[in-house]
Design a protein around this ligand. Structure first.
Ligand SMILES: [Zn+2]
Length: 210
């Protein structure tokens, strides 16, 4: 018995299948949902940790539908609940990995795995955020990520990502802990990103800051 358990642990996690029927699943969510305006840097809801989700019912389902609708309206590849002003740990994604494979799904109460040193290969691609409209900056992040949490029904899940999708999983989880990607930049780069944002005009509706 003990031996078997050890083997199971070594085999490890079964990852959720998020690459099938992406088109249909994404469409079904957003057709039920309503697009909401996007909160931007400076809005307090983006700068503190969100609350854990404890109820997995209709309200959560309809929040997820609204998040898919909002993500599409803003042409995003990932969206955290606090980006539409909701203080709950939920994110959705619709994002390609580095093999061009599309991943679509939702993670509730996400926690990132600590990566073993040999899997920490940094990639310094460009990153942007719907809550920092029109700005982009290079940011080094691991090119592999595993996030654990729950699905919309509360069932434990794990999601694995590579490349751009790994970046997305890290970026969205950060959001739910009150952290924007610009908070990971140097002071100078952060300032430059905020300047880009000031000079640009978002192509989607945003929530004005007081
Ligand atoms: Zn973002």
């Amino acid at each position: 018995m003990a031996q078997q358990q050890q083997v199971d642990e070594q085999v490890g996690t079964e990852f959720v299948v998020d690459t099938e029927d992406c088109e249909a699943r994404e469409l079904a969510h957003r057709e039920r949902g309503t697009a909401r305006p996007i909160t931007v840097v400076g809005n307090p809801v983006l700068h503190r940790e969100c609350r854990d989700v404890t109820e997995f019912g209709d309200e959560l389902a309809s929040l997820i539908d609204d998040m898919f609708a909002s993500q599409k309206a803003a042409e995003g590849v990932g969206l955290a609940a606090n980006q539409i002003g909701v203080d709950l740990k939920v994110f959705v994604y619709d994002c390609p990995d580095d093999d061009g494979v599309r991943h679509t799904g939702v993670v509730v109460n996400p926690v990132l795995d600590e990566l073993p040193a040999e899997r920490r290969v940094l990639d310094d691609s460009n990153e942007g955020c719907l809550s920092v409209p029109t700005a982009y900056a290079e940011l080094a992040r691991p090119d592999y990520a595993v996030v654990r949490g729950q699905d919309a029904q509360g069932k434990p899940i794990a999601v694995e990502g590579t490349g751009y999708f790994a970046r997305c999983l890290q970026h969205e989880t950060d959001h739910l802990y009150g952290r924007l990607y610009i908070d990971r930049l140097s002071k100078r780069e952060r300032k430059a990103a905020l300047k880009q944002m000031e000079e640009g005009t978002p192509r989607y509706e945003t929530v004005p800051n007081d």
